[in-house]
Design a binder for this molecule. Structure first.
Ligand SMILES: [Zn+2]
Length: 330
């Protein structure tokens, strides 16, 4: 990725660290003004630490006894401070530095010099034009998921209502997120007409896993094909970026392919997209695929081998009902 973009991202990290510091200073000021007794306790606690260091230097022979006594004092004062926090409804970590990423403390890198997953994700967001994803995911996630949008009217041919049916998809989708990375990888295949909630469900999954610190690539099949073509045919002048984008499709923790089957239909694209899916499956890495086509139609466009792979390796869910985008206006 070009240096300017990386600098811009690192500047964002710097701003985040500054914001945390400023927030902490404001919290301290506020507590100082409203609850001076809490700040006094804070002072007392830090003074004990200083006193401890001094006494130990003066009387090294009594070290253990002194340390024990000081620890007791600190515990007492800390408990008293906690009581004051609770009595006044102040969050217990109100006077601590809070970071958006607790792993790297918003430094982007780990102590061993490796990139933190949050930084890897930022780079991916930038490279895959996913920078706006955050805004969408704030609106569309498991928390805002509204089952009432789905009709209670039974669809005769299916024997269930869209709402009942959606519950039967919601449950495994939230299990997928819950168990992600803890057990053998699973793959989900969502199909059905446009506007039935497939993309919303993909968003829910992406949001939760991003929040948990996994690296997620969420892209339409069409965009993934562009990345593949850039890589294979050297279309992108920035070859290093193009290589990295390509590699990330295999390396990321979760690849979400939206709208599979609507891309141009040529043999290069057909084989390449499934090359990625297949390699990921063999490496025990998860995929979530959404499509307007059912697995059998996908099999007809791609190949029978692809069909059997989907049937074998994916949990398959059909989305049914009426187009939700219109339902909202009724
Ligand atoms: Zn981080």
């Amino acid at each position: 990725m070009n240096e300017g973009k990386i600098k811009k991202i690192l500047k964002k990290y710097e701003d985040r660290r500054d914001e945390s510091e400023i927030r902490l200073i404001e919290h301290k000021k506020e507590i100082n003004a409203k609850f001076p007794e809490i700040m006094n306790l804070n002072d007392d606690i830090s003074k004990i630490g200083l006193r401890l260091a001094k006494i130990v230097l003066e009387k090294p022979e009594d070290r253990d006894a002194i340390v024990f006594k000081c620890r007791e004092d600190i515990e007492k004062l800390t408990a008293k401070r906690e009581d004051l926090f609770l009595e006044n409804n102040i969050p217990l970590d109100y006077l601590e530095l809070k970071h958006r990423c607790p792993i790297c403390k918003d430094k982007a890198f780990l102590p061993n010099g490796e990139k933190c997953t949050c930084f890897k994700q930022e780079l991916i967001n930038e490279a895959y034009n996913m920078s706006n994803l955050g805004n969408v995911l704030d609106r569309e996630n498991f928390f805002t998921f509204n089952l009432n949008l789905f009709s209670n009217e039974k669809i005769e041919s299916k024997g269930v209502s869209p709402r009942e049916h959606m519950i039967s998809i919601y449950q495994p989708a939230s299990n997928f997120v819950e168990n992600f990375g803890k057990e053998q990888s699973k793959n989900l295949f969502f199909y059905g007409s446009t506007g039935l909630g497939k993309t919303f469900m993909c968003n829910c999954i992406a949001k939760d896993l991003l929040d948990k610190g996994f690296v997620v690539i969420y892209q339409t099949a069409f965009m993934i094909l562009q990345i593949l073509e850039d890589y294979k045919f050297g279309k992108n002048p920035d070859q290093a970026l193009s290589d990295e984008n390509y590699r990330n499709l295999f390396d990321c923790d979760l690849l979400i392919i939206d709208d599979l089957g609507t891309e141009m239909n040529n043999s290069f694209t057909n084989s390449e997209i499934f090359n990625i899916v297949n390699t990921r499956l063999s490496a025990d890495k998860s995929c979530v695929v959404s499509s307007n086509l059912n697995p059998f139609q996908i099999g007809e466009i791609y190949s029978q081998r692809v069909l059997s792979r989907i049937l074998d390796k994916f949990e398959i869910y059909e989305f049914i009902g009426n187009d939700l985008r219109w339902e909202r206006f009724k």
